[in-house]
Each structure stands twice: as C-alpha cells, then as structure tokens.
Design a protein around this ligand. Sequence first.
Ligand SMILES: NC(=O)C1=CN([C@@H]2O[C@H](COP(=O)(O)OP(=O)(O)OC[C@H]3O[C@@H](n4cnc5c(N)ncnc54)[C@H](O)[C@@H]3O)[C@@H](O)[C@H]2O)C=CC1
Ligand SMILES: O=C(O)[C@@H]1CCC=N1
Length: 260
Amino acid sequence: MAIIGVGHLGEAVLIGLLESGMPPAQIWATAQPAERAAILADAYGIEVGTDNAGAVSEADVVLIATRPGAVERVLDEIAPALEPDAVVVSLAAGVPLAKLAARLPEGTIAVRAMTNVAARAREAATALTAPEGTDLTEIEDLFDRVGVTVTVEESLMDLVTAVGGSGPAFLLYLADAMTSAAVDGGMDRAAARVMVEQTLLGACLHLQSSDEPPAELLDQVTTPGGPTAAALDVLNDAAVGDAVRRAVAAAARRGRGLAR
Ligand SMILES: NC(=O)C1=CN([C@@H]2O[C@H](COP(=O)(O)OP(=O)(O)OC[C@H]3O[C@@H](n4cnc5c(N)ncnc54)[C@H](O)[C@@H]3O)[C@@H](O)[C@H]2O)C=CC1
Ligand SMILES: O=C(O)[C@@H]1CCC=N1
C-alpha cells in the first residue's frame, strides 16, 4: 500500500498499521520535505520519498493523507501511475467522492475514510463511505487493524468528521483543563497527567462496557449534595453541554465549507 503525505494523521495511521503486524516492506509512503521523508524512513524502516507517482506504482491501496487543499493536486500527480485495480482512499476532511472520482482514471474506486489520531494506539474510530455497491471489505479490514470501522452515507461525513475526526480534540481539551486544575491545586504535573489520562481512559472503558446511556452513568457518579454535583452545577451554569453541541455543529459546517 501507499500513504501519500505522512503528517500528523498519516503518521498515526502508519504507526497503527505497523503495530498491527503489517510488514514494513508492504508500505511505501511520501512526505515533504525530503528531510522529513528521510526521518520517517529511518524511524519506521519503510520506503519514504517525495515522489508521489513512484510511491503508488505498485500499490493496491493508496491512502491520501495530505491536507484537503492538496488532495486534488496529488490525485493529478498519481492518476497516471495507478494500478488499474487500485483503490484510492482519501483521509481528508470535506473532499467529496465526486471530486475524487473526477481526478481518477475511469474504474478506479474512490473511498473516503474519516479516522482519527487514535489510530496510533490502534483505537481509532473510522467511518468509511464509497459509491453505492462498492465492496469495502478490504478497506474495512485495513482500518480494523487500527481501531473500529463503520460505514456511513456520504451525507453524514461532515458530522462524522466533527464527532470522530475532531473528536479526540474535545477530550484532549478536557484533559488539558483537568490537568491544569490539578497542577494549580498543588499536584505534581507528572502525577496529574497519570491521574487524568487513566481517569479518561477508565471512563471511556466504563462507558463501552455498559449498555446504559452516558447520562445515566453520569447520574451514578453524582451523589446528591456531593462533590460531583458541585462540579456539574458549574458545568451546567456555563452551558458546557450546549457549547459542545455548538462545537460539533461548527466543525461539521467547516467540513462542508472545505468542499467548495
Ligand atoms: N490531524 C488529525 O487528527 C486528522 C486529520 N484528518 C485529515 O487528514 C489530513 C492530514 O491532516 P494532518 O495530518 O493533520 O495534516 P499535516 O499537515 O500534519 O499532514 C499533511 C502532510 O502532507 C504533506 N504534503 C503536503 N503536500 C504534499 C504533497 N503534494 N505530496 C506529499 N506530501 C504532501 C505535508 O508535508 C504534511 O506532512 C487532512 O486532510 C485532514 O482533514 C482527518 C482526521 C483527523
Ligand atoms: O481539523 C482538521 O482539519 C482535521 C479534520 C478532523 C480532525 N482534524
């Protein structure tokens, strides 16, 4: 396979794939500038260069991991070099299937995948979308290596980008604020980090292990008149739930805007 444009997300996916046991010799990648390509090649023992067309020439699956604005230029570069049955998967926010297909040879399958940085820990949430009737088994198997994969209608991709692609940012924002509060209160920064990351991880695993809705589980942590109730009073007064809903909507709107 080929990964074109290994930046933050591309590197997370690359690490996840290697950790899943994919042989390094199976992955050809590109990055810019050449110095970064050399660093990646050295770090991961894979072929990394700057020649996008060269990298895809023997690939069954091509992941495009550049920023949205560079995707069409990259497709123009690689189109003549693609294998006839290659599948091209764009990881970019906001670039519609129609725009991908317009730059690809007739018959080449274009797929959109919205994944997230947790691919690095093989815990990504990935949503795939492709033209109706596309057999996505191979691409699902690929993303299952780095987490959990679902398939959605393309009309949901901007929302999925907000909830899943940007989603880790919401929790990292919370992690940053909780760590600062702990440090400001006198905790050692390293200890605060361990407490916060284990608490967030534990809460997510707790949620995953239960069938109850998050609001119900929240209730179970909140003893009437206790410390959690005091914290929730502050969060509710600041309308944090509403702010999160507006944040998701803003991210989805921005994703739609990228398509133009
Ligand atoms: N960062 C994230 O958590 C997520 C990012 N995405 C999507 O992933 C894509 C990449 O995002 P990031 O990794 O954050 O950006 P980034 O800027 O870290 O990575 C993009 C990489 O592409 C390289 N590049 C640019 N033009 C190139 C070209 N013509 N040929 C080869 N390489 C080229 C750049 O040097 C850079 O390293 C975006 O389209 C974004 O919408 C999606 C979900 C999550
Ligand atoms: O914010 C961004 O542009 C990308 C897409 C989703 C997460 N990061």
